[in-house]
Ligand binder design. Structure first.
Ligand SMILES: Nc1nc2c(ncn2[C@@H]2O[C@H](COP(=O)(O)OP(=O)(O)OP(=O)(O)O)[C@@H](O)[C@H]2O)c(=O)[nH]1
Ligand SMILES: [Mg+2]
Length: 304
């Protein structure tokens, strides 16, 4: 328990230092006045919370201050925390238990962390006693299959791959078939990074998605979009494009540990209503945590 708490604290260190941690300095002993709101607004925008979400938070807080007759800024702390918390989803992770195999498709732009996340998810399911298989449907980049194969070897998870530049749909198809015939519990399909603005690549992704359904009707059971937390507001644009192409069930926010812009989590929820399911807090296979809004907000705001 203690270790997990530390992971969040460490993982959010950069964002806390750069932005949210400064909230403590504006809610000292002074009275709430225009400066308080202006400074809070600046911090939230710098934290990549986004303009809409920032305005909505400030407006809610102003209402609370008015209704409850709050005058001291120190009394704002708990309300800021509550307002941030309120803006994060509590959606439970998709129940994959009814499916055998359950197929998870990982999608996202180049370098967002898909392959590393495949390894991390593989480890989580393996630790839960599930039989996991990887599908290396990134046939575009020569080293991509090797990268997943290395993780597979390390974690003792079988990897189904194809020839370089072969059809990624065919690899996804074969991987799912193999998962069916070997009675695997989970097939995690890694895909090539693609720029959300390249329509031919997005068409290719749609095809991979459809082919999964042909290989195993009803699959993929979860499509997870891996968003790099260091990309800030640009992640919103990416998420919209991917959502338009395939049915995204959840977001994995990777690289929170190397980001000072973790506030984007709020903007994602407010503007897209897609739940954040996991957070990447480091490069190792054990550095993926189910997204816990309480731990997230608490460790953003306080050093404790
Ligand atoms: N610090 C940190 N680094 C991460 C995290 N997730 C991934 N990375 C690093 O980000 C880099 C890219 O990760 P990949 O998993 O290869 O990303 P990808 O989306 O598969 O990349 P492409 O296949 O090229 O599109 C690697 O150096 C990873 O170690 C994370 O949560 N924290
Ligand atoms: Mg990759």
């Amino acid at each position: 328990m203690v270790e997990i708490f530390n992971k969040w604290k460490q993982g959010l260190d950069r964002t806390r230092r750069a932005t949210f941690g400064r909230i403590a300095s504006i809610i000292g002993t002074s009275d709430v006045n225009e400066d308080t709101w202006e400074e809070l607004e600046t911090i939230l925008i710098q934290a990549d919370v986004g303009m809409n979400t920032t305005r909505s938070i400030i407006s809610s807080l102003k209402n609370i201050v008015h209704e409850e007759g709050i005058t001291r800024s120190s009394d704002l702390q708990e309300h800021i925390q509550a307002e941030l918390l309120r803006r994060l989803d509590t959606a439970p992770f998709i129940d994959l238990n009814p499916y055998k195999p359950a197929v998870i498709l990982l999608v996202g732009v180049n370098g967002s962390g898909k392959t590393t996340t495949a390894a991390k998810l593989g480890k989580i399911y393996q630790n839960a006693g599930k039989k996991v298989l990887f599908g290396a449907a990134d046939t575009f980049r020569a080293a991509a299959t090797d990268q997943l194969q290395i993780w597979g070897d390390r974690l003792n998870i079988p990897v189904i791959s194809g020839q370089s530049n072969s059809d990624p749909g065919a690899v996804a198809y074969d991987a799912i078939q193999s998962a069916v015939s070997h009675r695997m519990d989970i097939a995690i399909i890694d895909t090539a990074g693609r720029l959300h603005s390249r329509s031919n690549l997005m068409e290719e992704l749609k095809k991979v998605y459809r082919v999964c359904g042909k290989s195993l009707p009803g699959s993929p059971h979860a499509v997870l979009l891996v968003l790099d937390a260091t990309t800030g507001q640009n992640a919103l644009i990416q998420a919209r494009s991917f959502r338009d192409a395939v049915n995204i069930n959840g977001i994995i926010l990777s690289k929170l540990d190397s980001s000072a812009r973790g506030g984007m989590a709020f903007a994602i929820q407010e503007e897209l209503s897609i739940p954040i399911m996991y957070a990447g807090l480091g490069e190792k296979p054990e550095d993926l945590e189910p997204f816990d809004r309480n731990k997230f907000v608490e460790n953003l705001l306080t050093q404790r």
